[in-house]
Design a protein around this ligand. Structure first.
Ligand code: EPZ
Length: 422
């Protein structure tokens, strides 16, 4: 297993390009199976989760070509002949569960493993299944697998997501665009990843009303065609680097290839810390203030503050002058990074779904353990501002969601090495 060895304390200055979005790419990849011809997807990041999903899609018989140097993925569903997604692949990446909607939506049958656990949880899929049943799809469970059947078109109807769910919205869209005569999703997720998927499906020939709102109505068409499309830039990677740009005095980062519109309330909150945030088209410049003001946040569904930036924000608040609170209303126990930050000298503790932070605490290097994707990148942020050397262990979590992280950080002056832990 690899680890990062990071020598902190050098002020970071320079330009970082933002890669394609992981969470926006995965639904487009699943949607490619719905087409009657090949789709070409551009701006697809070279990430572990993408490679895993490529293999899940290959298992059903589709042809998947990843032109890595061009970040271009070509998916040809022509020869799909095996309508199953096995446990040993689905357990590696929860979004493989999107195969349920894609396969039953296109072929009328799917047998997909229930996703495994997560570093925090529970992360149920009950809304995915109840929504499909409401649509008229027959759902049964067998030895840890979900079997979905809909040989003919189904009536559809209305289903309300409670709570709103990105994954359930994606799966219900995939299942209904070819299958449901008229299906309405109430309290649908409005994340940019969902809007991009809806626009993509319409370009393929689907009929979807209400795009960008929390009420989506889908009317089945008989066929969708493969298309060429370019994937959104990664808004969570962008937010992560904007936080890095604000954390330590003397830091100045220019982030390119962004979509500043996709950060919801995050940018306003970042400015409240005293950080300078200059937006110019698809370029964002962040300059750290001499001292960070403590700013409390509460995560919400889009366009609220993203839960995927919660750990990174709490890490930055250890460097702010004063007390702050970070509350996660989406996931109530996504705080596994807290004991690791404490090892670096931070002063923070968790009470229910809120972490209370007392800053400013100087951080000093130590060995820390990654537990999940966003927790591990938060440990890297902390290591970059800590004095002496920090070892961040088990960075395979990071490789799931941050393309070429050490290369990007080195270009702005970070001292970071990837070392094989053995
Ligand atoms: C997506 O996960 C993202 N993953 C997550 O990003 C992100 O944290 C999350 O949305 C919230 O924004 C991908 O897009 C691949 P949800 P998802 O269904 O779809 C509850 C990352 O770091 N719920 O919107 O699994 C659930 O427990 C990852 O990149 C049900 O109760 O999240 C949670 O409390 C981590 N029943 C809430 O909804 C269900 O059937 C929101 O979860 C489904 C969800």
């Amino acid at each position: 297993m690899d680890k990062f060895v990071i020598k902190g304390g050098s002020p970071l200055k320079g330009t970082i390009p933002i890669s394609g979005s992981k969470n926006a790419a995965l639904p487009l990849m699943a949607a490619s199976l719905l087409g009657s011809s090949a789709s070409t997807l551009k701006n697809i990041p070279r990430l572990k989760d993408i490679y895993t999903f490529n293999n899940v899609i290959r298992v059903v018989g589709a042809q998947v070509t990843f032109e890595e140097d061009e970040n271009t993925l070509i998916i040809d569903p022509e020869n799909v002949n095996y309508l199953e997604a096995p446990y040993d692949l689905v357990r590696k990446m929860r979004a493989s569960f999107y195969m349920l909607g894609a396969l039953v939506g296109k072929y009328g049958y799917a047998k997909v493993s229930l996703p495994g656990g997560c570093a925090w949880g529970p992360r149920p899929v009950d809304l995915h299944l109840k929504g499909m049943e409401a649509m008229g799809i027959d759902i049964s469970l067998e030895k840890g697998y979900v079997i979905a059947k809909a040989p003919d078109k189904v009536e559809g109807g209305t289903f309300r997501l409670e709570p709103s769910s990105v994954g359930a919205t994606v799966n219900l869209l995939l299942a209904s665009v070819l299958k449901a005569k008229e299906f309405t999703i109430e309290n649908a997720a409005k994340e940019p990843d969902v809007v991009q998927l809806c626009d993509h499906l319409v370009k393929m020939g689907a009929k979807i009303d209400g795009i960008g709102t929390d009420t989506l109505t889908i009317r089945a068409v008989d066929q969708l065609t493969g298309i060429e499309a370019s994937n959104d830039p990664d808004r969570i990677e962008l937010g992560t680097f904007m936080i890095l740009g604000a954390m330590a005095p003397g830091t100045e980062l220019t982030l390119t290839g962004c979509n500043p519109e996709q950060l919801g309330s995050f940018t306003k909150k970042l400015r409240e810390t005293g950080a300078v945030v200059e937006i110019d088209g698809t370029t964002i410049e962040v300059i750290a203030p001499k001292s960070l003001k403590p700013v409390s946040i509460k995560t919400q569904i889009y366009p609220g503050f993203p839960t995927d930036l919660q750990a990174q924000w709490a890490t930055m608040m250890t460097q702010a002058d004063g007390e702050s609170k970070v509350t996660d209303t989406v996931y109530f126990d996504r705080f596994s990074y807290v004991p690791e930050l404490t090892r670096l000298g931070a002063d923070l503790d968790v009470e229910k779904n809120t972490v209370h932070i007392s800053g400013k605490t100087p951080l000093t290097g130590a060995s820390v353990m990654s537990t999940d994707l966003r927790a591990s990148v938060s440990l890297v942020l902390a290591a970059l501002v800590a004095e002496n050397t920090t070892e961040v262990l088990r960075i395979y979590h990071l490789d799931r969601g941050y393309e070429s992280l050490e290369t990007k950080l080195r270009t702005v002056g970070a001292t970071i090495e990837r070392v094989d832990e053995e």
